[in-house]
Design a protein around this ligand. Structure first.
Ligand SMILES: [Zn+2]
Ligand SMILES: [Zn+2]
Length: 188
């Protein structure tokens, strides 16, 4: 469903929820808002993924204005066909948010969330690692490996129960799927 124009993009501390990567969460939110206001920006190149997202999510006026602009591009084109203005804008926002998250690790609320849940996706964890001092790096690595070993343990147990034709614990595959999908970041 199309979001209202001018909707505030949520901030990082709002996105500290148990089982989702806060950076993916704020960037998905940003992406939706950005796609809804695309006609206000200089957009005349969109990748296939964002063309479909605009068609599905953006309001009709914004989508039609942007599609008209893309169709009107002169031919032959100077920039490569693979370039996408939305991807570039989101990557720019991602760099800002990764730095913001890295700086927020001084904040006890962020540190507590990282120690208790640590649900960062791998691409974002890797980007944050390159922004933080050594002491915070070990906290991030620890949080990720704790989460991974918890899932490994649950899946191993599920495999054993299923092999022995015992009743299996519900919800494990759903949590593992959520984790695996989250590793794919924004395009999941
Ligand atoms: Zn993420
Ligand atoms: Zn794109």
């Amino acid at each position: 469903m199309a979001q209202r124009r001018g909707t505030r993009v949520k901030n990082l501390s709002d996105a500290l929820v148990e089982d989702a990567c806060p950076l993916c969460s704020v960037l998905k939110d940003f992406q939706t808002c950005h796609l809804n206001e695309l006609d206000r920006h200089e957009v005349d190149r969109l990748c296939g993924f964002h063309v479909w997202m605009v068609a599905k999510l953006a309001d009709a006026r914004s989508a039609a204005a942007v599609f008209l602009r893309i169709i009107a591009r002169p031919f032959p084109q100077e920039s490569p066909i693979s370039a996408c203005d939305a991807c570039e804008r989101i990557a720019q926002e991602e760099r800002t948010r990764v730095k913001e998250f890295a700086a927020s690790l001084n904040n006890p609320q962020f540190m507590r969330w990282l120690r208790d849940h640590g649900a960062l996706c791998l691409p974002h964890a890797q980007k944050i690692l390159s922004e933080v001092p050594k002491t915070a790096q070990s906290d991030i690595v620890l949080a990720l490996s704790r989460r991974r070993s918890e899932l490994t343990q649950k899946l191993t147990e599920l495999l054993r129960q299923a092999g022995d034709k015992l009743p299996t614990q519900p919800g494990v595959l759903g949590r593992a799927a959520e984790y695996l999908v989250a590793q794919r970041g924004l395009r999941s």
